[in-house]
Design a binder for this molecule. Structure first.
Ligand code: 6PG
Length: 480
């Protein structure tokens, strides 16, 4: 082992441990530190012969690193508001007096991008460098190769590039990491990645819900998902859904999925995405529906009570299986395209507002491997932006336009059937609503403008006069 380590990591929970093993496996020497020293000791003892240095104190840890020091923090961040400080801030405060100019701190957790911007400015003023890096891929990704979304100054990226590129997942030989942009851009893009992840997951769950109402067994559904995973819907989330449906509970012999309580958890990144979309006036109705579906699912007691009081049809789906599977496939594929169109629209809008210089095609490219939303169709998204970096909406790319035009009839038939049968499909229907609104040459907003002008003299533009000229009508008095 050499004198000094190339990389240091603080926070030896599972993600942290796996990242350390990943970095070490690429030929780097890694120092580790954990608040509870016994965790460090156990970790080092479990991996004899590896180029690992277990430090008992933060001082020892910092001194064991070569300069400029590269220290990744893997502790949970909870701060979202300006005044809030969390575990990441606490670690940073402890590190500051021990570090020297030019040393680099990397926050690899799911931190809120504004918190990252605050930390970036704070550390820069002290001559230290900061990278807020989104890391996706869960435990397995961390070990074998995640998708990494680092923000911060380009000069800091250049220093980190060899390590990041060697530990990231590879697709067609390309590492799933790029310098996303300055400041909070990396954590911002990771947040939208998670919003899209919520959308993907909910859409798959709605497909499952329809199959269930149609009487398919979990094994039949697993077979459908496994087959889809060979085609244009190929994705990690489809793959694990198929695998999850196949899993039997050893105690009861029943499918595990059927034994799991239908109450979804969430840690916040989806909700942050909604807030940011609202702030930027960008429609992300599919992701919105996905977050709200999790919220409603968590209100189990209320739903159980309402189920005996509010009426609806008893679902009876009599479509032939092959036809049903095709319709659900098309609804899922089309809704997924809409969801990505919305998420990318939000990234584009925010990137322009913040002057981050984001490259949507390259961002889609690093999501092709390592991360939770990895999927075959991200190749198509990469191509779409390569062909037209100014693409106004993903749905208008020639390839995706073709898919949507081909799927739209089945998609609307499926959504109408589900609605008539009382099966909740909030994300399928929100996506279709977006599609139909976006493609409407004329929306009923003319009446809305009339209402605004009626009660508040807010004025309106006319279809028969040049844009930008505003009119007001003397509406009649209303007698109530
Ligand atoms: C990833 C995941 C991960 C996230 C949870 C999902 O990209 O690896 O997005 O970062 O923490 O897996 O979070 P929820 O608890 O909100 O579903």
């Amino acid at each position: 082992m050499s004198n000094k380590s190339d990389f240091g990591l603080i926070g030896l929970a599972v993600m942290g441990q796996n990242l350390v093993l990943n970095v070490e496996s690429r030929g780097f020497q890694v120092s580790v530190f954990n608040r509870t020293v016994s965790v460090t000791e156990e970790f080092i003892a479990k991996h004899p012969g590896k180029k690992l240095v277990g430090a008992k104190t933060l001082e020892e840890f910092v001194q064991s690193l070569s300069r400029p020091r590269k220290i990744q923090i893997m502790v949970k961040s909870t701060a979202v508001r300006d005044h809030e400080r969390d575990a990441v801030d606490a670690v940073i405060e402890q590190l500051i007096p021990l570090l020297e100019e030019g040393d680099i701190i990397i926050d690899g957790g799911n931190s809120f991008y504004q918190t990252t911007e605050r930390r970036d400015a704070y550390l820069a003023a002290k001559g230290l460098r900061f990278i807020g890096a989104g890391v996706s891929g869960g435990e397995e990704g961390a070990r074998k190769g995640p998708s990494i979304m680092p923000g911060g100054p380009p000069s800091t990226w250049e220093v980190m590039k060899p390590i990041f590129e060697s530990i990231a997942a590879k697709v067609d030989g390309e590492p799933c990491v790029i310098h996303i942009g300055p400041g909070g851009a990396g954590h911002y893009v990771k947040m939208i990645h998670n919003g899209i992840e919520y959308g993907d997951m909910q859409l798959i769950c709605e497909a499952y819900s329809i199959f269930k109402a149609a009487g398919l067994s979990t094994d039949e559904m697993a077979a459908v998902f496994n087959e889809w995973n060979q085609g244009d819907l190929q994705s990690y989330l489809i793959q694990i859904s198929g695998k999850a449906l196949e899993q039997r509970d050893p105690e009861t012999g029943k499918p595990v999925v059927e034994l799991i309580m239908d109450k979804a958890g969430q840690k916040g990144t989806g909700q942050w995405t909604l807030l940011n979309a609202a702030e930027n006036a960008v429609v992300i109705s599919t992701i919105n529906a996905a977050v709200e579906a999790r919220i409603l699912s968590s209100q189990k007691k209320q739903r159980v009570a309402a189920s005996t009081q509010l009426q609806g049809p008893k679902a009876q789906l009599s479509l032939p299986k092959a036809e049903l599977v095709q319709k659900v496939h098309d609804a899922l594929y089309a809704s997924k395209i809409v969801s990505y169109a919305q998420g990318l629209d939000l990234i584009k809008t925010m990137g322009e507002k913040k002057n981050w210089g984001l490259d949507l095609g390259r961002i889609a490219a690093i999501w092709r491997g390592g991360c939770i939303i990895r999927a075959r169709f991200l190749n198509r998204i990469t191509e779409a932006y390569r062909n037209n970096p100014q693409l106004a909406n993903l749905m208008l790319d020639p390839f995706f336009k073709g898919v949507l035009n081909g799927a739209q009839q089945n998609w609307r038939e499926l959504v109408s059937t589900a609605m008539l049968q009382g099966i909740a499909v909030p994300a399928f229907s929100a996506s279709l609503g977006y599609y139909d609104s976006y493609r409407s040459e004329r929306l009923p907003a003319n009446l809305l403008q009339a209402q605004r002008d009626f009660f508040g003299a807010h004025t309106y533009e006319r279809t028969d006069k040049p844009e930008g000229e505003f009119f007001h009508t003397q509406w009649p008095e209303v007698i109530e």
